[in-house]
Design a protein around this ligand. Structure first.
Ligand code: P6P
Length: 342
């Protein structure tokens, strides 16, 4: 049996990809891996809430039971704070950035943006959820991290990844040199390389979108959905609709089998629902590195300007041919509408 390669061994092996780095990024990825294992353990117990107690209650050990997204947020903040490689964190759970100015971290080179538990509303029904993270070099020169450190385009990311807590726990990440997937082996407590050099199919037949919002979709999205549903042997249509309601799970499936995930503007989310900084940019970096594409319907996600910490954007992400065709429909039927909204 070929030797198992753990995340730690892989990171050390790839250290040479960063000749100027003294291992800080490697240690940062290690810290994220440690927090992920702790979160995975709790997510897997979530089904026992009746025994362990619901959030806000005191459990049989007399501990205050936290909502899992609060728990996950605290675990990643704690791991990144003691690791010494990160000087500030932006989290979906926190309105403002979290400055890490202990002795070790205040001059650290990196900042981390994260959605600690995306899709957490699915936990109670045992649907996969995920953590999404994005790593930038700080732009401030020294001392405590600042808001401006996060106001960088997605193209400036040095690394990005997600952890999916599902039938198995997987970490998928990129440092700009391809995408690799690691599956947690609970028997040894290590993430092991299981999906080397992930590439997403150029063409595919799966589309993921919440069609409940159809009435309020831009015309370009409506026309694209009808295109997906038409009978056409030559282009192997109709496609299949798959939507779990947990973005990391939908995008992970589409990354492996091919497909497009779309969260467009809706009446409830006139700028889109997903956040640019800690959802769309990291997912776009990963999918592009795997040969796919990610746009807001018109422009490349990674080139969008950051103007607000929690800003939202529409997201069209997945197999490159499918994102291109959806973009053609947006250009033909929704570009005027989009320009008016800008
Ligand atoms: P809706 C989870 O809240 C999330 O951000 C994504 O993970 C998911 O794809 C989407 O929102 C689900 O939103 O409006 O379809 O329930």
């Amino acid at each position: 049996m070929s030797r198992v390669k753990t995340l730690g061994q892989f990171i050390i092996e790839k250290q040479s990809d960063f000749p100027f780095s003294k291992g800080e990024l490697s240690r940062l990825l290690r810290d994220i891996g440690i927090a992920s294992k702790i979160v995975n353990r709790e997510v897997n117990k979530a089904g026992l809430a009746d025994i362990l107690g619901d959030a806000g209650e005191i459990n049989i050990q007399g501990e205050n039971v936290k909502k899992l997204d609060v728990f996950a947020n605290e675990q990643f903040i704690a791991a990144l704070s003691v690791g010494g490689e990160c000087c500030a964190i932006a989290s979906e759970e926190n309105e403002d950035i979290i400055i890490i100015n202990n002795e070790m971290s205040k001059n650290a080179k990196y900042v981390v943006a994260m959605d600690p538990l995306d899709g957490s509303s699915n936990i109670d029904v045992n649907v996969s959820v995920g953590t999404i993270f994005s790593i930038y070099r700080r732009t401030s020169l020294h001392g405590a991290g600042t808001n401006e450190d996060f106001f960088q385009r997605g193209t400036e990311q040095v690394a990005a990844g997600y952890v999916i807590y599902g039938s198995s726990c997987m970490m998928v990440y990129t440092t700009g040199k391809g995408v690799n997937g690691f599956t947690l082996d609970p028997s040894i407590g290590e993430f092991c390389l299981s999906h080397p050099n992930m590439q997403t199919p150029k063409k595919a037949k799966t589309y993921s979108i919440n069609e409940g919002n159809y009435v309020h979709f831009p015309d370009g999205v409506k026309k694209y959905l009808k295109y997906c549903q038409e009978e056409d042997d030559e282009t192997d249509r109709p496609y299949r609709s798959r939507y779990i309601g947990s973005g990391v799970a939908d995008i992970h499936r589409n990354l492996i089998t091919g497909g497009i995930y779309i969260y467009p503007t809706t009446s409830k989310s006139p700028k889109g629902k997903l956040r640019l900084l800690y959802e769309c940019n990291p997912l776009a970096f990963i999918v592009e590195q795997a040969g796919g594409k990610a746009t807001n319907g018109f422009d490349r996600i990674l080139e969008l300007d950051m103007t607000e910490l929690h800003q939202r954007t529409p997201l069209f992400i997945g197999s490159s041919d499918m994102v291109d065709v959806a973009g053609d429909f947006m250009l033909k039927y929704s570009s005027v509408e989009a320009l008016e909204k800008r």
